[in-house]
Ligand binder design. Sequence first.
Ligand SMILES: [Zn+2]
Length: 237
Amino acid sequence: MKTTDILIDDLTVTIIRSARRRRLTLEVHPKGIRARAPSRMPVRDIVDFVTLKREWLHKALRALPERPADAPFADGATILLNGGLVKVRFRIGQRGGIQLSDNTLLIPVLQSHLPIVESARNKLVKWLKQHAALAIEQRVAHYAAQMSVQRTPCHTIKVRDYKRRWGSCDTNGNLAFNWRIIMAPPATLDYVVVHELAHCFEFNHSRRFWQIVEEIVPDRRAHQAWLDSHGYQMYTV
Ligand SMILES: [Zn+2]
């Protein structure tokens, strides 16, 4: 059996080839789409078939129940950061801040009354929240200017723990974001920022609202699809 991952449109498709297979079948799996194909089927045919079934696949992905994390957070686990996968390594007994090098996040952890994995997780979450806050603040400033959103110092920007949402905007223009959005590709984070800023004009999801969003992010559907299909990976920490 040979497997390859390809990106079709905004769907990650794992092609699993087998000599015994006679026809192509698609499975919707929490980790993405699996295409089981005969060993000699041209990739083009697979791409065409997935494209044809695109709507249905998105619907099926959205309908999947909320999943628990794939693997429990641990030394050696893989997490999403800025849309890419990075490996987490604990540096037990070491002090200092978290370092990112060669797609590996090195987390120094000291022994304490907590289990090592808890201490490492707490440190990582704190680090991710700080990075999220910095990135969001900077992107809000950028897009608020571009969209002519009047913001005053009393309009707050918060990063929060949310179970199922990426951001919010209240009637006073106070913004809140899910810190896990730092795990998404930067362009997807931008979409979430633009989405919440657009609520400063339209406090609903009307046609007018989506027009405002699409003026800035024409491919907003691709970002929504990314969040739909990868959202669960952002909860492995
Ligand atoms: Zn909204």
